[in-house]
Unconditional design. Structure first.
Length: 197
């Protein structure tokens, strides 16, 4: 099955995108340059399967890692797998971490708790996933308890000055969505953003 998937990826290869991604130094052994909408179409032809997803993840190929995320059954995904996968990634592979957040991390039963653990981690991609996951939860109507709110705002204020642009954008988006909840939350967000500028 892996060989069939690779054959399909080769058939969809975008030479210009492939070269651009390789030259950006993301550290993959191979890049086909296939865009995410096409990868979603490929994934839709397969039944989600943990073993297939893990086998795909082991390939140091950009598209295989993205497909692994799309094909991992959400009900079988847990923090241990997330930790293994995140620890495999280089900082330059933020695209994979972003998809992991959107497709799996924010859909876990304890997604909010996991988001806070990730935000508090010292590793930059873990923080990225934490803020992205919390943003998705806020977009879905999640409300924070007073303690969770205080922790989120402290983490956001501490992380916002980062020079890692994907993380800075994720923190900003989380704050913006949080601020939309009320005038009071917007005031708190404005204060944090002003203090970091």
């Amino acid at each position: 099955m892996i060989n069939d998937i690779k054959a399909e990826l080769r058939a969809c290869m975008n030479g210009i995108a492939s070269r651009s991604i390789r030259e950006s130094g993301m550290g993959y052994r191979l890049v086909y340059g296939v865009e995410l909408p096409r990868l979603r179409e490929i994934a839709a032809a397969y039944t989600p399967d943990r073993h297939l997803a893990q086998e795909l993840w082991q390939e140091n190929i950009r598209e295989c890692k993205l497909l692994a995320i799309l094909l991992y059954p959400i009900e079988e995904f847990d923090r241990d797998i997330a930790d293994i996968w995140l620890s495999d990634l280089r900082t330059e592979q933020a695209e994979v971490a972003q998809l992991l957040s959107m497709e799996l991390l924010c859909r876990m039963p304890d997604a909010a708790d996991q988001a806070f653990l990730l935000m508090a981690d010292e590793r930059i991609l873990y923080q990225l996933c934490g803020f992205l996951s919390l943003t998705r939860l806020l977009m879905q109507g999640c409300r924070l308890s007073p303690d969770a709110e205080a922790e989120f705002l402290d983490q956001a204020a501490a992380t916002l000055p980062t020079t890692f642009l994907p993380l800075r954008k994720a923190v900003t988006n989380a704050l913006l969505h949080y601020g939309e909840q009320s005038e009071e939350t917007q005031h708190k967000v404005d204060h944090i953003i002003a203090s970091c500028n």
